[in-house]
Design a protein around this ligand. Structure first.
Ligand code: G6P
Length: 470
Protein backbone atom coordinates (compact mmCIF):
# COMPACT_ATOMS: atom_id res chain seq x y z
CA UNK A 1 0.00 0.00 0.00
CA UNK A 2 1.64 3.26 -1.09
CA UNK A 3 0.75 6.52 -2.84
CA UNK A 4 2.49 9.33 -4.74
CA UNK A 5 3.29 11.92 -2.10
CA UNK A 6 6.99 12.55 -1.57
CA UNK A 7 6.60 15.02 1.30
CA UNK A 8 3.82 14.67 3.86
CA UNK A 9 2.76 16.82 6.78
CA UNK A 10 0.37 15.57 9.44
CA UNK A 11 -1.28 17.81 12.01
CA UNK A 12 -4.55 18.04 13.86
CA UNK A 13 -5.43 21.48 12.48
CA UNK A 14 -4.92 21.71 8.74
CA UNK A 15 -4.22 24.64 6.41
CA UNK A 16 -7.84 25.15 5.41
CA UNK A 17 -11.22 25.00 7.14
CA UNK A 18 -14.76 24.91 5.73
CA UNK A 19 -17.96 26.57 6.87
CA UNK A 20 -21.33 25.21 5.86
CA UNK A 21 -23.80 28.00 5.11
CA UNK A 22 -27.56 27.80 5.70
CA UNK A 23 -27.97 27.43 1.91
CA UNK A 24 -25.69 24.38 1.88
CA UNK A 25 -22.85 26.38 0.34
CA UNK A 26 -19.33 25.49 1.54
CA UNK A 27 -16.84 28.33 1.98
CA UNK A 28 -13.19 27.66 2.66
CA UNK A 29 -10.74 29.75 4.67
CA UNK A 30 -6.96 29.35 4.72
CA UNK A 31 -5.20 29.58 8.05
CA UNK A 32 -1.74 30.95 8.82
CA UNK A 33 1.09 29.75 11.02
CA UNK A 34 4.61 28.44 10.62
CA UNK A 35 3.82 25.10 8.99
CA UNK A 36 1.56 26.72 6.36
CA UNK A 37 4.19 29.22 5.25
CA UNK A 38 6.95 26.64 5.65
CA UNK A 39 5.25 24.16 3.38
CA UNK A 40 4.53 26.79 0.74
CA UNK A 41 8.33 27.25 0.47
CA UNK A 42 8.78 23.83 -1.12
CA UNK A 43 6.52 24.79 -4.02
CA UNK A 44 3.55 23.10 -5.70
CA UNK A 45 5.66 20.57 -7.63
CA UNK A 46 7.15 18.88 -4.61
CA UNK A 47 4.34 16.33 -4.44
CA UNK A 48 3.27 17.37 -0.95
CA UNK A 49 0.18 16.16 0.88
CA UNK A 50 -1.09 17.55 4.18
CA UNK A 51 -3.09 15.12 6.30
CA UNK A 52 -5.28 16.80 8.93
CA UNK A 53 -8.47 16.27 10.91
CA UNK A 54 -11.92 17.41 9.82
CA UNK A 55 -12.69 19.71 12.75
CA UNK A 56 -16.03 21.31 11.94
CA UNK A 57 -19.34 20.29 10.38
CA UNK A 58 -18.19 22.16 7.28
CA UNK A 59 -14.97 20.14 7.16
CA UNK A 60 -16.87 16.87 7.51
CA UNK A 61 -19.25 17.96 4.76
CA UNK A 62 -16.29 18.79 2.50
CA UNK A 63 -14.94 15.28 3.08
CA UNK A 64 -18.34 13.76 2.36
CA UNK A 65 -18.64 15.71 -0.90
CA UNK A 66 -15.04 14.97 -1.81
CA UNK A 67 -14.33 18.69 -2.27
CA UNK A 68 -11.32 19.06 0.06
CA UNK A 69 -8.53 21.04 -1.61
CA UNK A 70 -5.91 19.24 -3.68
CA UNK A 71 -2.86 18.45 -1.60
CA UNK A 72 -4.99 18.23 1.53
CA UNK A 73 -6.41 15.03 2.95
CA UNK A 74 -8.91 15.56 5.74
CA UNK A 75 -9.73 12.71 8.06
CA UNK A 76 -13.28 12.61 9.35
CA UNK A 77 -13.13 10.43 12.45
CA UNK A 78 -16.26 9.77 14.44
CA UNK A 79 -17.09 13.04 16.32
CA UNK A 80 -17.15 11.26 19.71
CA UNK A 81 -13.72 9.75 19.06
CA UNK A 82 -12.43 13.14 17.96
CA UNK A 83 -13.85 14.87 21.04
CA UNK A 84 -12.17 12.37 23.38
CA UNK A 85 -8.85 12.49 21.50
CA UNK A 86 -8.70 16.28 21.09
CA UNK A 87 -10.50 17.76 24.10
CA UNK A 88 -10.06 15.05 26.73
CA UNK A 89 -6.61 13.67 26.01
CA UNK A 90 -4.67 16.15 23.85
CA UNK A 91 -5.90 19.41 25.38
CA UNK A 92 -6.90 18.36 28.92
CA UNK A 93 -4.13 15.88 29.69
CA UNK A 94 -1.12 16.20 27.35
CA UNK A 95 -1.28 20.01 27.08
CA UNK A 96 -1.65 20.25 30.88
CA UNK A 97 1.30 17.93 31.49
CA UNK A 98 3.69 19.69 29.12
CA UNK A 99 2.69 23.14 30.38
CA UNK A 100 2.67 21.92 33.99
CA UNK A 101 -0.82 23.40 34.45
CA UNK A 102 -2.29 20.96 36.92
CA UNK A 103 -3.03 22.48 40.26
CA UNK A 104 -5.49 21.80 43.05
CA UNK A 105 -8.43 21.32 42.51
CA UNK A 106 -7.64 20.40 38.91
CA UNK A 107 -5.37 17.49 39.67
CA UNK A 108 -5.92 14.56 37.38
CA UNK A 109 -7.20 11.19 38.45
CA UNK A 110 -6.74 8.60 35.78
CA UNK A 111 -9.83 6.45 35.99
CA UNK A 112 -11.99 4.35 33.67
CA UNK A 113 -13.13 7.42 31.72
CA UNK A 114 -9.54 8.31 31.05
CA UNK A 115 -8.85 4.80 29.74
CA UNK A 116 -11.78 5.07 27.33
CA UNK A 117 -10.58 8.49 26.16
CA UNK A 118 -7.09 7.13 25.70
CA UNK A 119 -8.47 4.36 23.49
CA UNK A 120 -10.04 7.11 21.32
CA UNK A 121 -6.72 8.97 21.19
CA UNK A 122 -5.09 5.76 19.92
CA UNK A 123 -7.88 5.27 17.33
CA UNK A 124 -7.49 8.84 16.13
CA UNK A 125 -3.69 8.43 15.84
CA UNK A 126 -4.20 5.15 13.95
CA UNK A 127 -6.47 6.91 11.45
CA UNK A 128 -3.66 9.37 10.73
CA UNK A 129 -1.05 6.62 10.42
CA UNK A 130 -3.28 4.70 7.99
CA UNK A 131 -3.92 7.78 5.82
CA UNK A 132 -0.21 8.64 5.74
CA UNK A 133 0.70 5.06 4.82
CA UNK A 134 -1.77 5.22 1.92
CA UNK A 135 -0.60 8.58 0.58
CA UNK A 136 3.18 8.22 0.94
CA UNK A 137 5.39 7.24 -2.00
CA UNK A 138 8.18 4.75 -1.26
CA UNK A 139 10.89 6.44 0.81
CA UNK A 140 8.83 9.63 1.29
CA UNK A 141 9.51 12.12 4.10
CA UNK A 142 6.75 12.54 6.68
CA UNK A 143 6.67 15.42 9.17
CA UNK A 144 4.27 14.69 12.03
CA UNK A 145 3.29 17.69 14.17
CA UNK A 146 2.67 17.95 17.86
CA UNK A 147 1.13 16.30 20.91
CA UNK A 148 -2.13 15.38 19.19
CA UNK A 149 -0.23 12.82 17.13
CA UNK A 150 2.43 11.41 19.45
CA UNK A 151 1.63 7.78 18.61
CA UNK A 152 1.72 8.26 14.85
CA UNK A 153 5.48 7.80 14.20
CA UNK A 154 5.63 4.30 15.72
CA UNK A 155 2.31 3.24 14.18
CA UNK A 156 3.40 4.46 10.76
CA UNK A 157 6.83 2.82 10.98
CA UNK A 158 5.16 -0.53 11.72
CA UNK A 159 3.28 -0.28 8.37
CA UNK A 160 5.91 1.51 6.34
CA UNK A 161 9.52 1.01 7.49
CA UNK A 162 10.69 2.56 4.19
CA UNK A 163 9.56 6.08 5.17
CA UNK A 164 11.68 8.82 6.74
CA UNK A 165 9.65 10.02 9.68
CA UNK A 166 10.08 13.20 11.71
CA UNK A 167 8.07 14.38 14.70
CA UNK A 168 7.97 18.01 15.80
CA UNK A 169 6.74 19.18 19.22
CA UNK A 170 5.40 22.75 19.24
CA UNK A 171 4.90 22.67 23.00
CA UNK A 172 7.34 22.53 25.88
CA UNK A 173 8.21 19.04 27.10
CA UNK A 174 7.65 18.28 30.78
CA UNK A 175 10.59 17.28 32.98
CA UNK A 176 10.56 13.63 34.18
CA UNK A 177 9.26 14.35 37.70
CA UNK A 178 6.18 16.00 36.24
CA UNK A 179 5.77 13.72 33.20
CA UNK A 180 5.64 10.74 35.52
CA UNK A 181 2.28 11.76 36.88
CA UNK A 182 0.86 9.98 33.82
CA UNK A 183 0.19 6.25 34.30
CA UNK A 184 3.39 4.33 33.50
CA UNK A 185 2.01 2.47 30.48
CA UNK A 186 0.71 5.74 29.00
CA UNK A 187 3.95 7.68 29.45
CA UNK A 188 5.81 4.76 27.86
CA UNK A 189 3.41 4.70 24.88
CA UNK A 190 3.84 8.43 24.31
CA UNK A 191 7.63 8.27 24.36
CA UNK A 192 7.81 5.10 22.28
CA UNK A 193 5.33 6.64 19.85
CA UNK A 194 7.63 9.59 19.18
CA UNK A 195 10.74 7.39 19.23
CA UNK A 196 9.19 5.61 16.24
CA UNK A 197 10.48 8.59 14.24
CA UNK A 198 13.97 8.93 12.77
CA UNK A 199 14.20 12.39 14.20
CA UNK A 200 12.25 14.04 17.03
CA UNK A 201 12.54 17.82 16.99
CA UNK A 202 11.71 20.59 19.45
CA UNK A 203 11.63 24.38 19.55
CA UNK A 204 14.41 24.75 22.14
CA UNK A 205 17.30 22.80 23.64
CA UNK A 206 15.50 22.83 26.96
CA UNK A 207 12.47 20.90 25.65
CA UNK A 208 14.67 18.44 23.75
CA UNK A 209 16.71 17.78 26.90
CA UNK A 210 13.52 17.20 28.93
CA UNK A 211 12.29 14.70 26.35
CA UNK A 212 15.63 12.84 26.46
CA UNK A 213 15.52 12.84 30.27
CA UNK A 214 11.99 11.36 30.18
CA UNK A 215 13.16 8.62 27.78
CA UNK A 216 16.01 7.72 30.14
CA UNK A 217 13.85 7.92 33.25
CA UNK A 218 10.68 6.18 32.05
CA UNK A 219 12.02 3.76 29.44
CA UNK A 220 15.61 3.28 30.60
CA UNK A 221 16.64 4.47 27.11
CA UNK A 222 20.23 5.44 26.42
CA UNK A 223 20.90 9.12 25.69
CA UNK A 224 24.10 9.98 23.79
CA UNK A 225 26.59 12.05 25.81
CA UNK A 226 25.90 15.16 23.70
CA UNK A 227 22.14 14.69 24.15
CA UNK A 228 21.38 14.50 20.42
CA UNK A 229 20.30 10.85 20.15
CA UNK A 230 18.15 8.38 22.10
CA UNK A 231 18.56 4.63 21.69
CA UNK A 232 15.74 2.36 22.78
CA UNK A 233 14.74 -1.17 21.74
CA UNK A 234 17.67 -1.41 19.31
CA UNK A 235 16.74 1.76 17.34
CA UNK A 236 18.24 5.22 17.54
CA UNK A 237 16.19 8.40 17.16
CA UNK A 238 18.08 11.63 16.60
CA UNK A 239 16.94 14.74 18.44
CA UNK A 240 16.85 18.14 16.76
CA UNK A 241 16.19 21.74 17.71
CA UNK A 242 14.61 24.20 15.27
CA UNK A 243 13.58 27.47 16.90
CA UNK A 244 10.83 28.70 14.58
CA UNK A 245 11.22 32.44 13.95
CA UNK A 246 8.99 35.25 12.75
CA UNK A 247 8.21 35.68 9.07
CA UNK A 248 9.60 39.20 8.61
CA UNK A 249 8.68 39.67 4.92
CA UNK A 250 5.09 38.62 5.44
CA UNK A 251 4.65 40.62 8.65
CA UNK A 252 6.14 43.86 7.34
CA UNK A 253 4.09 43.74 4.16
CA UNK A 254 0.88 42.87 6.00
CA UNK A 255 1.45 45.45 8.75
CA UNK A 256 1.87 48.21 6.16
CA UNK A 257 -1.58 47.81 4.62
CA UNK A 258 -4.34 50.41 4.98
CA UNK A 259 -6.60 48.26 7.18
CA UNK A 260 -3.81 48.11 9.78
CA UNK A 261 -3.28 51.88 9.55
CA UNK A 262 -7.02 52.43 10.10
CA UNK A 263 -6.96 50.27 13.20
CA UNK A 264 -3.91 52.11 14.50
CA UNK A 265 -5.81 55.37 14.30
CA UNK A 266 -8.83 53.83 16.05
CA UNK A 267 -6.71 52.32 18.81
CA UNK A 268 -4.78 55.54 19.32
CA UNK A 269 -8.05 57.45 19.62
CA UNK A 270 -9.52 54.92 22.04
CA UNK A 271 -6.42 54.90 24.27
CA UNK A 272 -6.07 58.68 24.26
CA UNK A 273 -3.35 60.66 22.52
CA UNK A 274 0.15 60.58 23.97
CA UNK A 275 -0.47 57.73 26.37
CA UNK A 276 2.04 54.90 26.61
CA UNK A 277 0.76 51.47 25.55
CA UNK A 278 1.51 48.14 27.23
CA UNK A 279 0.35 45.57 24.69
CA UNK A 280 -0.33 41.85 24.93
CA UNK A 281 -1.88 39.56 22.29
CA UNK A 282 -2.74 35.95 23.12
CA UNK A 283 -5.20 33.17 22.72
CA UNK A 284 -7.11 33.13 26.03
CA UNK A 285 -5.07 30.20 27.20
CA UNK A 286 -4.35 29.11 30.76
CA UNK A 287 -0.62 28.92 30.08
CA UNK A 288 -0.49 32.53 28.82
CA UNK A 289 -0.91 33.90 32.34
CA UNK A 290 -3.14 36.81 31.33
CA UNK A 291 -4.66 37.29 34.79
CA UNK A 292 -1.29 37.67 36.54
CA UNK A 293 -0.33 40.11 33.79
CA UNK A 294 -3.39 42.22 34.63
CA UNK A 295 -2.62 42.00 38.33
CA UNK A 296 0.94 43.13 37.67
CA UNK A 297 -0.44 46.12 35.76
CA UNK A 298 -2.70 46.90 38.73
CA UNK A 299 0.32 46.77 41.03
CA UNK A 300 2.18 49.12 38.69
CA UNK A 301 -0.67 51.65 39.02
CA UNK A 302 -0.66 51.25 42.80
CA UNK A 303 3.08 51.51 43.34
CA UNK A 304 3.81 54.08 40.66
CA UNK A 305 0.73 56.32 40.70
CA UNK A 306 2.57 58.68 38.36
CA UNK A 307 1.61 56.32 35.52
CA UNK A 308 -2.11 56.78 36.11
CA UNK A 309 -3.76 58.57 33.18
CA UNK A 310 -0.46 58.22 31.27
CA UNK A 311 -0.52 54.54 30.36
CA UNK A 312 -3.06 52.08 28.92
CA UNK A 313 -2.89 48.29 28.96
CA UNK A 314 -4.10 46.98 25.60
CA UNK A 315 -4.95 43.30 26.07
CA UNK A 316 -6.18 41.26 23.12
CA UNK A 317 -7.28 37.88 24.44
CA UNK A 318 -8.87 35.74 21.77
CA UNK A 319 -11.15 32.89 22.96
CA UNK A 320 -9.74 29.42 22.47
CA UNK A 321 -10.79 25.82 23.23
CA UNK A 322 -14.18 26.92 24.53
CA UNK A 323 -15.35 23.30 24.68
CA UNK A 324 -13.32 23.03 27.89
CA UNK A 325 -14.91 24.35 31.11
CA UNK A 326 -11.56 25.48 32.51
CA UNK A 327 -11.00 27.68 29.43
CA UNK A 328 -14.50 29.16 29.62
CA UNK A 329 -13.94 30.02 33.28
CA UNK A 330 -10.55 31.52 32.54
CA UNK A 331 -11.99 33.65 29.73
CA UNK A 332 -14.61 35.00 32.16
CA UNK A 333 -11.98 35.65 34.83
CA UNK A 334 -9.85 37.69 32.42
CA UNK A 335 -12.86 39.96 31.76
CA UNK A 336 -13.71 40.21 35.45
CA UNK A 337 -10.20 41.27 36.45
CA UNK A 338 -9.94 43.78 33.59
CA UNK A 339 -13.28 45.33 34.56
CA UNK A 340 -12.28 45.48 38.23
CA UNK A 341 -9.11 47.40 37.35
CA UNK A 342 -11.12 49.83 35.22
CA UNK A 343 -13.61 50.30 38.06
CA UNK A 344 -10.82 50.85 40.61
CA UNK A 345 -8.66 53.33 38.69
CA UNK A 346 -10.61 54.57 35.68
CA UNK A 347 -11.53 58.25 35.30
CA UNK A 348 -13.94 59.95 32.89
CA UNK A 349 -11.11 60.49 30.39
CA UNK A 350 -9.04 57.35 30.96
CA UNK A 351 -9.81 53.63 30.66
CA UNK A 352 -6.79 51.83 32.13
CA UNK A 353 -7.40 48.46 30.37
CA UNK A 354 -8.67 48.04 26.83
CA UNK A 355 -9.63 44.37 26.54
CA UNK A 356 -10.69 42.96 23.15
CA UNK A 357 -11.79 39.40 22.63
CA UNK A 358 -12.90 39.35 18.98
CA UNK A 359 -10.05 37.97 16.89
CA UNK A 360 -8.78 40.55 14.38
CA UNK A 361 -5.30 40.00 12.94
CA UNK A 362 -5.07 43.49 11.40
CA UNK A 363 -5.84 45.03 14.79
CA UNK A 364 -3.20 42.82 16.45
CA UNK A 365 -0.64 44.14 13.97
CA UNK A 366 -1.81 47.69 14.69
CA UNK A 367 -1.18 47.12 18.40
CA UNK A 368 2.24 45.60 17.64
CA UNK A 369 3.24 48.70 15.70
CA UNK A 370 2.09 51.10 18.42
CA UNK A 371 3.31 49.20 21.48
CA UNK A 372 5.74 50.92 23.85
CA UNK A 373 5.93 47.76 25.92
CA UNK A 374 5.03 44.20 24.93
CA UNK A 375 4.05 41.90 27.79
CA UNK A 376 4.69 38.20 27.14
CA UNK A 377 4.55 36.42 30.49
CA UNK A 378 3.44 32.79 29.96
CA UNK A 379 3.77 30.24 32.74
CA UNK A 380 5.29 27.97 30.12
CA UNK A 381 5.26 28.22 26.34
CA UNK A 382 6.84 26.17 23.55
CA UNK A 383 8.15 29.32 21.83
CA UNK A 384 5.73 32.30 21.77
CA UNK A 385 5.74 34.00 18.40
CA UNK A 386 4.20 37.26 19.66
CA UNK A 387 7.50 37.98 21.42
CA UNK A 388 9.23 37.57 18.08
CA UNK A 389 6.68 39.38 15.91
CA UNK A 390 6.30 42.64 17.86
CA UNK A 391 9.91 43.86 17.49
CA UNK A 392 9.82 43.09 13.75
CA UNK A 393 6.96 45.51 12.99
CA UNK A 394 7.41 48.01 15.84
CA UNK A 395 7.18 51.63 14.63
CA UNK A 396 9.24 53.37 17.29
CA UNK A 397 10.92 50.61 19.30
CA UNK A 398 9.41 48.39 21.94
CA UNK A 399 10.58 47.13 25.31
CA UNK A 400 9.86 43.42 25.67
CA UNK A 401 8.89 42.05 29.09
CA UNK A 402 9.42 38.33 28.66
CA UNK A 403 8.86 35.27 30.83
CA UNK A 404 11.91 33.12 31.37
CA UNK A 405 9.61 30.11 30.87
CA UNK A 406 8.82 30.93 27.22
CA UNK A 407 10.86 29.09 24.61
CA UNK A 408 11.61 32.49 23.03
CA UNK A 409 13.65 33.33 26.13
CA UNK A 410 16.46 31.08 24.83
CA UNK A 411 16.96 33.43 21.86
CA UNK A 412 15.65 36.79 23.10
CA UNK A 413 16.50 36.71 26.81
CA UNK A 414 19.54 38.99 26.50
CA UNK A 415 17.58 41.90 25.02
CA UNK A 416 14.36 41.50 27.01
CA UNK A 417 13.37 42.47 30.54
CA UNK A 418 12.99 39.02 31.98
CA UNK A 419 10.37 37.95 34.54
CA UNK A 420 9.38 34.96 36.63
CA UNK A 421 5.78 34.60 35.45
CA UNK A 422 4.42 33.78 38.91
CA UNK A 423 5.98 36.88 40.46
CA UNK A 424 3.33 39.60 40.16
CA UNK A 425 5.40 42.18 42.04
CA UNK A 426 8.47 41.39 39.94
CA UNK A 427 6.39 41.71 36.76
CA UNK A 428 5.06 45.09 37.92
CA UNK A 429 8.64 46.25 38.51
CA UNK A 430 9.62 44.97 35.06
CA UNK A 431 6.75 46.94 33.49
CA UNK A 432 8.01 50.06 35.19
CA UNK A 433 11.57 49.40 33.98
CA UNK A 434 10.23 48.83 30.47
CA UNK A 435 8.25 52.08 30.51
CA UNK A 436 11.27 54.05 31.65
CA UNK A 437 13.87 52.51 29.32
CA UNK A 438 15.73 55.36 27.59
CA UNK A 439 14.58 55.76 24.02
CA UNK A 440 17.96 55.10 22.43
CA UNK A 441 18.42 51.89 24.38
CA UNK A 442 14.94 50.77 23.51
CA UNK A 443 15.60 51.33 19.82
CA UNK A 444 18.91 49.44 20.00
CA UNK A 445 17.35 46.51 21.82
CA UNK A 446 14.46 46.38 19.36
CA UNK A 447 16.89 46.09 16.47
CA UNK A 448 18.71 43.21 18.14
CA UNK A 449 15.42 41.53 19.11
CA UNK A 450 14.15 41.74 15.52
CA UNK A 451 17.43 40.29 14.25
CA UNK A 452 17.33 37.35 16.66
CA UNK A 453 13.59 36.82 16.11
CA UNK A 454 13.94 36.41 12.35
CA UNK A 455 17.05 34.23 12.19
CA UNK A 456 15.00 31.13 11.32
CA UNK A 457 12.01 32.14 9.16
CA UNK A 458 9.25 29.52 8.63
CA UNK A 459 10.47 28.51 5.17
CA UNK A 460 13.96 27.69 6.43
CA UNK A 461 12.58 26.13 9.60
CA UNK A 462 10.62 23.72 7.43
CA UNK A 463 13.36 23.03 4.89
CA UNK A 464 15.93 22.43 7.64
CA UNK A 465 13.74 19.68 9.06
CA UNK A 466 13.32 18.06 5.66
CA UNK A 467 17.06 18.22 4.95
CA UNK A 468 17.87 16.78 8.36
CA UNK A 469 15.62 13.79 7.63
CA UNK A 470 17.40 12.81 4.43
C1 G6P B 1 -0.62 25.40 20.08
C2 G6P B 1 -0.37 24.03 19.54
C3 G6P B 1 -0.87 23.91 18.13
C4 G6P B 1 -2.30 24.36 18.06
C5 G6P B 1 -2.46 25.76 18.63
C6 G6P B 1 -3.92 26.23 18.64
O1 G6P B 1 0.20 26.33 19.47
O2 G6P B 1 1.00 23.69 19.61
O3 G6P B 1 -0.77 22.60 17.70
O4 G6P B 1 -2.74 24.33 16.75
O5 G6P B 1 -1.97 25.77 19.93
O6 G6P B 1 -4.68 25.39 19.39
P1 G6P B 1 -5.97 24.68 18.80
O7 G6P B 1 -6.40 23.73 19.89
O8 G6P B 1 -6.93 25.80 18.59
O9 G6P B 1 -5.59 24.00 17.53
Amino acid sequence: MSGDARVLVASNRGPVSYTLGADGELTSRRGGGGVVSGLSAIGPDAGAVWVCAALSDGDREAVRRGTAEPGTRMIAVDPAVFHAAYNDIANSVLWFVHHMLYQTPFEPSFDEDFRAQWASYATYNRAFADALAEEAAPGAAVLVQDYHLALVPALLRAHRPDLRIGHFSHTPWAPPDYFRLLPDDISAQLLEGILGSDRAAFLTRRWAAAFAACCADVLGAEVSPDGTAVTHGGRTTRLGVHGLGADADFLRERAGRPDVEERMAALRAEAGPGRRLIVRVDRTELSKNIVRGLLAYRRLLLEHPGWRERVVHVAFAYPSRQDLASYREYTAEVSRVAEAINAEFGTPGWTPVILKVDDDFARSLAAYRLADVALVNPIRDGMNLVAKEVPVVSDHGVALVLSREAGAFEELGDEAIVVNPYDVRGTAAALNTALTLPEAERAERTKRLAFAATSLPPSRWFLDQLTALS
